[in-house]
Design a protein around this ligand. Structure first.
Ligand SMILES: NC(=O)c1ccc[n+]([C@@H]2O[C@H](COP(=O)([O-])OP(=O)(O)OC[C@H]3O[C@@H](n4cnc5c(N)ncnc54)[C@H](O)[C@@H]3O)[C@@H](O)[C@H]2O)c1
Length: 336
């Protein structure tokens, strides 16, 4: 059973694809005159609905595929359905893939582990194999910073940590703490293998949080949802628009990068040498970088977290992908 997010749920396994039923040997559509023919999975989702129009603006043609119907979704069905993937790639003469469709954290409570493996692992392999067979020349996979967070990092100060974890793409060992992280990590390896064995250029974007909902641990957080999100722009959040923009940049640069993995998060003002103080007294560190933040926050009745126990560094994406999020804490503060 696959669910659509939102108030309604649909038993999608039996939902027929919206795709015009065409024989596999049908001649591909004429190649889009400019730009690429992009297969975008997860096109009905939060990221997909922001990314699809952005890709169109960049001159690409977007073929959306999602288990849920949506404005930008051409093919309704699962990435786990290999025949659908093959047909979609061939019928639309796909030249590039952006794979954002997935089961993710909110799905853990409603989907068994086997469903995560089927969608996130087998689904990714289906797309990679079909992409290789169809001569697709680039592939972007939406991954997650969550796979870098072990139970030890997550426990932070409560677990006895004396400094915040400074997280880069080089962090080792990686011990994802749930089925979401484990299946995304496996999918990343499948991407690497597709490059290694078939030369398919793949860029993996380990994206920090950009969801609009409340944190699922909100009951344990003293700050309001809005206050929490603002604080997170310092070390672990980005806007959905920036997340979409990172995908556009990755798509453009994939052929010159080959295979690469990037953390995508708003630029942090912090430095590795702040890590001890961040876990002991985060408000003082923030005040050093943003002396006026207290006044702005006080007017709203907001507060900073007492401790910050991890910081995602997006430096590598700046250096190698030439991508930097437009919105960081400074911009959030200026808008308050
Ligand atoms: N939202 C975040 O904060 C966040 C953070 C890091 C990474 N991500 C990743 O970003 C991507 C998009 O997330 P989102 O926030 O837009 O989530 P979302 O749930 O709004 O969108 C995901 C979409 O994938 C679709 N989907 C689920 N199973 C599918 C299947 N079997 N075949 C095809 N489509 C399927 C869903 O129907 C949904 O429309 C995901 O890969 C997620 O893991 C999200």
């Amino acid at each position: 059973m696959q669910y659509c997010r939102g108030s309604h749920t649909l038993p999608l396994r039996n939902t027929p694809a919206f795709l015009p039923h065409s024989p596999l040997d049908r001649a591909p559509e004429a190649k889009y005159p400019e730009g690429m023919q992009v297969l975008l999975t997860g096109s009905s989702g939060w990221l997909g609905q922001t990314l699809a129009p952005r890709l169109r603006d960049a001159g690409h043609r977007v073929i959306g595929l999602d288990v849920c119907p949506g404005r930008f979704t051409t093919a309704v069905g699962s990435v786990a359905d290999r025949a659908l993937i093959d047909r979609t790639m061939r019928d639309h003469a796909i030249t590039a893939v952006v794979h954002a469709g997935a089961l993710h954290k909110p799905d853990i409570v409603r989907c068994p582990a086997s469903e995560f493996i089927s969608v996130n692992v087998q689904g990714t392999q289906n797309l990679l194999e079909a992409a290789t067979a169809c001569g697709v020349d680039r592939f972007v996979m939406t991954s997650t910073t969550s796979l870098m967070i072990s139970n030890v990092i997550r426990e932070g100060r409560a677990g006895g940590a004396t400094k915040a974890a400074w997280i880069t793409e080089d962090l080792r060992p990686l011990q994802p703490r749930n089925i979401y992280g484990i299946t995304k990590f496996a999918a990343e390896h499948l991407c690497r293998m597709a490059f290694q064995d078939h030369g398919l250029p793949v860029v993996v974007l380990r994206t920090a949080r950009f969801f609009p909902e409340e944190d699922d641990m909100a009951h344990e957080i003293e700050q309001s949802a809005e206050n929490t999100k603002a604080n997170e722009f310092l070390f672990r959040r980005l806007t959905v628009e920036d997340a979409a923009e990172a995908h556009v940049a990755a798509l453009e640069r994939a052929p010159s990068l080959g295979f690469d993995t990037f953390i995508v998060s708003a630029p942090t003002p912090f430095k590795p040498e702040d890590c001890e103080e961040l876990i002991a007294d985060a408000p003082s560190v923030v005040a050093r970088y943003f002396p006026h933040y207290h006044d702005v926050y006080r007017r709203r009745g907001w507060t900073m977290f007492h401790a910050i126990d991890r910081v995602y560094s997006a430096r590598r994406a700046e250096e190698r992908l030439d991508f930097r999020c437009k919105t960081g804490f400074a911009e959030i503060l200026a808008g308050l």
